[in-house]
Design a binder for this molecule. Structure first.
Ligand code: ZN
Length: 424
């Protein structure tokens, strides 16, 4: 099946391998990418200057705006006849980003995705229900290709049509559910409402989204009777499948033979040491169609400094805490939604769904956390406890309103949680 397995490299040998691939990448970009040739030359970098991981810090970042400005194929780094497919980011604001893939890029992505399934324990005896979208979006086809590579049976549903999703889940006894975390929650709540728990055969969930709280995860796992795995990725860098939750759930292993991860301070751009939280920056080591040098993902996480006791040789990032775009500064304090998830978990009776609303009144910031409470929970007491925990753990005074479960909106894609209504 496919190409032979790559040699797995630990420690220094992994770094040597990454540096070798980095040198090849920079040389290739000078020869084949007008965008990067101009960008590197403007930064005073010549072919051969970037030889080690330390040298990489000299290379300017690549931003999402630059990819947008290259619309549609300005960052293509191979002759057009080598491109076999394109995908596109959703483009909620402005132009979308078009990402060209060569046959090798498609094969590499499939290999990474297959590793994710294998790490989660999915085998050829599994039946994988794919609910993420197909088409220009990368998710659906990536989940399908990876599952086929491990030899599982794919049920390619695509998004929506909850009625049919539940029917397939029951009639085909699918064992693996792949979804965004918000759609998984919606399906789980529907399974519960219809009393289907004993009729489904799920055992594993692979859920992707920028962020989901432990409480939301526990609720999905409990209702569906599954073990769930957090998957990470972005269209600009292949798509989902570039990192997956470890079976010990201590972080997400990423494929360091394909990708180089750095963490930077999102404000100063300074490279941060392992363990420190900041923005994830990715360099693609072998990508051909649209390689990226130091791409700013806007995702906030940290590199896990310790090797994983599960025995995987691949390094780990922590779960995504939030997006640097979602970071709100309230009363001088930087707040990521991930921190709110963390606090909500400490208050009994609160659900995982919440919104953060920031306003300015009479020159002062005001932050309201609106969160769902379980039926039977004392809303006033839960709100007071939540307020205290936010003050203690995040260091900011906020208001908390607890609303009945089901009041806040769910969506099939990413749920918007932060509403900054201050005039800027
Ligand atoms: Zn592990």
């Amino acid at each position: 099946m496919g190409e032979p397995r790559r040699e797995i490299l630990f420690g220094d040998r992994m770094v040597e391998n990454q540096e070798r691939l980095l040198r090849q990448l920079v040389t290739r970009l000078f020869l084949q990418s007008p965008f990067y040739r101009a960008k590197l030359t403007a930064a005073g970098i010549e072919p051969g200057d970037i030889r080690t991981l330390e040298d990489l810090a000299r290379v300017p970042f690549t931003t999402k705006d630059e990819l947008r400005n290259g619309y549609p194929l300005g960052l293509l780094a191979v002759p057009e006849e080598e491109v076999v497919r394109i995908h596109s980011s959703s483009g909620t604001t402005g132009k979308p980003i078009i990402v060209p893939y060569t046959a090798r890029d498609v094969a590499d992505w499939t290999e990474m995705f297959a590793r994710c399934y294998a790490l989660a324990g999915v085998t050829r005896r599994d039946r994988v229900q794919v609910t993420p979208g197909y088409g220009l979006w990368t998710a659906g086809i990536g989940f399908q290709a990876g599952a086929e590579r491990v030899g599982a049976m794919v049920v390619p549903m695509g998004p929506g049509n909850t009625e049919k999703q539940l029917q397939m889940m029951v009639d085909l006894q699918t064992t693996v559910l792949t979804a965004t975390s918000s759609y998984a929650l919606l399906l789980a709540e529907e399974v519960e409402r219809r009393g289907l728990r004993d009729k489904i055969g799920l055992r594993i969930g692979i859920f992707g989204s920028k962020r989901w709280s432990d409480r939301m995860r526990a609720r999905i796992e409990e209702i569906l009777g599954i073990e769930s795995f957090d998957i990470y990725g972005l269209t600009e860098v292949y798509g989902p499948g570039i990192a997956l939750d470890c079976p010990l759930h201590r972080g997400l292993h990423y494929w360091s033979d394909y990708l180089l991860f750095e963490i930077i301070d999102p404000v100063t751009g300074e490279v941060l040491p392992p363990g420190r939280e900041g923005e994830l920056v990715i360099t693609t080591l072998v990508k051909e169609g649209m390689p990226l040098l130091r791409y700013r993902t806007r995702d906030i996480t940290r590199l896990v400094p310790e090797p994983c006791p599960c025995g995987s040789p691949y390094p780990m990032i922590d779960r995504i805490l939030g997006r640097s775009d979602d970071m709100v500064k309230v009363k001088g304090v930087n707040i990521y939604p991930g921190q709110i998830d963390y606090v909500l978990k400490m208050v009994p009776g609160l659900c995982s769904e919440y919104q953060i609303i920031v306003t300015r009144e009479a020159g002062h910031d005001r932050m309201l956390v609106r969160v769902e409470g379980e039926p039977g929970c004392d809303f006033a007491a839960a709100a007071a406890a939540c307020r205290r925990h936010i003050k203690t753990h995040i260091g900011v005074g906020v208001e908390v309103e607890v609303v009945p479960r089901g009041v806040l909106p769910r969506s099939e894609k990413k749920t918007k949680r932060v509403f900054d209504l201050r005039d800027t």
